[in-house]
Structures are given as C-alpha cells and as structure tokens.
Unconditional design. Structure first.
Length: 382
C-alpha cells in the first residue's frame, strides 16, 4: 500500500480502470504511481494499492466503506511504501520536516502498518537501506519522535479503539488536512468508529459528530477540556481538532490533597453512607447525545454568599466552602444580583478507580470516592 501526500493531477479511479498504469501519459504523479507499482512487482507481490486510484470516490458507499476500513487495510497489508516528496537521498533529519509528516492520514497509516519502507524523491530507500523494515530503524524512531513530540514506545502502543483518547487527539492536533471534514474522517479507524457516515460538505460538523461518538462510547470527559471556538454540532465540542494540542487541564485533586481530606474526616467516617455514595456515583450513565444535545452526568455544588473584591481587570468574588476551601471567581460580570451560584463539573468515573501509581489508593467496595477540592477555582466570563 502507498502512503503519500496528494498532489495536483493525481490519477483517479476512472482514469485507470480501463488502462494499464504504465500506459498513462507522463507526469510527476503518474510517474509516482508507476514507480510504486514497479517496486511492488519487483518485490514479487501480486497487488498494489494507492488511495488515489483504488477508491471510486464517485460512489458514496464505496467511499464510506474505504474511510471506515482504511485502518484495517493498512494493518493487514504486507508492506507500506512511504513516498517522501522533496526529501533527497542521504538527507538525514528530513523525515521530521517532510510534508508527509504533516498530513492527517499519516497517523493511522504509520500506526497500522507492520512493515514500512521509506523512499526519497528519487525512489531510493531513506536511511538504513539494508533494513527489511524501517519501522524498526533507530534513526527513523528518533525522527518520528521529533515529528510527533511523543516517544516511539507511546506511539506504537496506540491501538484502535476508545482508549488513550486524549493522546490520539493531541497527535491529530498537529496534523493538517486539505478538506475540513478529513480532520475527523482520518480518525475513524484509530477510534474504531464504524457507525458514522462521511458527509463531505458538512465542514466542522464532522469533528463534532466524531467527538460525540467517542465521548458517548468511552465516557472520557477529558474531551471537554479545551479552550477555543465552539463547533456547530454542539457548543461543548470544538470546531477544530487543533485545540487538543497540549495536555488536558486537570481539575482532579492531587493525591496529597485527597489524603488530607480523608484523614480530616476519619473521625466522622460513616461506612454505610460512603458505600451508598459510591454506588450512586458508580451507577452514573455514560455521556450520550440526542439530536446534537448532550446529556452529561455532573456533580453540582451550591456556593454560599459571595464577597466582592474589585481589581483593575474586573471583579473578583470569593466564597468560603467546606468542600473546596476558598473559591475565587474572576469576571467582568456583576454576580451580586444572582440569588445563587453553582459549580458544575462533569463526573469523572476514574475517581472511583484510581490506581496505586497515582499515589491514591481506593479500597475496593469499602472506601468512598475523594471529595472534589481545589484551592482556586477560576470561571471565565460567560
């Protein structure tokens, strides 16, 4: 299978269905396809596949099948050939800066393929020419780490499905697409989303639909931790995948804070109440969407009366709470006219299953979940 950056005048399905690829008129993109086929033939394979001409994009059902199945196709291929346009022979470090490493489809193709050969612009092998699989090359490892910002071990540990959601979104956030919708469609395979139809022309709504599928299937509320422009699908979901370029903002209590809270409440600890609370929290449903509206289990805390402190940048309100300590709200809005205020936070079921590596140990079926806590809660305007 061929992995490459699309260029102008790529040969399409309709052009090659009734003609041998070697009979196509001379052009850079036709030469690319012909050389790819020759390499495959010389390697004694019977079939070569290129996404430009092996998918009938005029047939909606064929295109839909290809978008959903692409990850498995690359995963089951005998070899993936990567063509690096603009990379010269012996140009070490060029893979990091290559245009191939900026395309959104690169992520799933590199993760899925078992055997990869990188070729330079003149179709010579890039680095380690004697190595049967460039996916095992230390030099390629190093360059992929520089290009993605994560270790090869982390990159290779990615598996299709609804695990490590935030890691996959962060990797996708650094990549580009020609069509807006492909930012979402290029992730269908790596998230194993099969029930989502491709609708070219829907624009940013494609990302919203994908994230809704992933959120409902995984329950991973870290998808909602972003800052930027809201998408048209739902205001809680972003318009662009680039907002995930960075770690998720965590509002979870630090282990030392949890330990302090549990210790301070030991004298009044009621096991029956704790188990009842644990059961209620454990029975919360996963987030789900209906008609683009999201239903999300949350925990809600009512704030006591606020005290106002004025600053040059606006108003600062503070409230002393038994659960959070002092809560600070910075805003330009006048909150004094409101009868009551609430802090609302999506419920994170991982709080019930903290593992020992995080420093927080929960005794199964005995200990209650830690109380939410923060020293300084800031709510943006609006």
């Amino acid at each position: 299978m061929l992995s490459h950056k699309w260029e102008e005048n790529e040969p399409l399905f309709q052009q090659v269905i009734h003609i041998a690829v070697y009979d196509l008129e001379t052009s850079p993109t036709h030469d690319k396809l012909q050389t790819f086929c020759k390499i495959v033939r010389d390697a004694e394979f019977d079939w070569a596949w290129s996404d430009t001409c092996c998918i009938d994009k005029s047939d909606h059902f064929v295109l839909q099948e290809a978008l959903v199945a692409m990850f498995k196709w690359y995963q089951r291929s005998a070899m993936m050939i990567v063509f690096l346009r603009g990379v010269r022979p012996s140009q070490r470090g060029a893979l990091v800066r290559s245009i191939w490493n900026t395309r959104a489809w690169t992520l799933q193709e590199y993760v899925a393929a078992k055997v990869i050969h990188f070729y330079t612009e003149d179709w010579t092998l890039y680095l380690d020419p004697e190595l049967p699989n460039h996916k095992e090359s230390p030099e390629v490892f190093s360059e992929m780490e520089q290009a993605t910002g994560v270790s090869v071990q982390q990159l290779m540990a990615l598996r299709p499905g609804l695990t490590r959601v935030r890691d996959k979104l962060r990797l996708a956030s650094t990549l580009d697409t020609t069509l807006v919708e492909d930012a979402a469609y290029s992730l269908l395979g790596i998230f194993s989303v099969t029930g989502m139809h491709a609708i070219y022309g829907e624009g940013e709504g494609a990302l919203g639909r994908l994230l809704a599928h992933v959120l409902a299937g995984s329950g991973d509320a870290s998808i909602l931790a972003w800052t930027g422009e809201s998408g048209s699908f739902n205001s809680c979901l972003p318009a662009r995948v680039k907002v995930f370029n960075g770690p998720a903002t965590s509002h979870l209590p630090l282990p030392i804070q949890v330990e302090r809270i549990i210790t301070s409440q030991t004298s009044s600890f009621d096991l029956d109440v704790a188990l009842s609370l644990y059961d209620r929290l454990n029975e919360f449903p996963a987030p789900w969407f209906a008609a683009s509206r999201m239903k999300l289990p949350c925990i809600v805390f009512q704030l006591p009366p606020l005290s106002l402190y004025r600053t040059r940048s606006g108003r600062v309100y503070r409230a002393d709470t038994p659960t959070f300590g002092t809560v600070t709200i910075k805003t330009r809005q006048d909150l004094s006219r409101m009868d009551s205020l609430y802090l609302v936070h999506p419920w994170l079921d991982t709080l019930l299953e903290q593992d020992a590596k995080s420093g927080t140990i929960m005794r199964e079926d005995v200990a209650p979940p830690p109380s939410p806590t923060t020293d300084d809660e800031e709510i943006p305007d609006g």
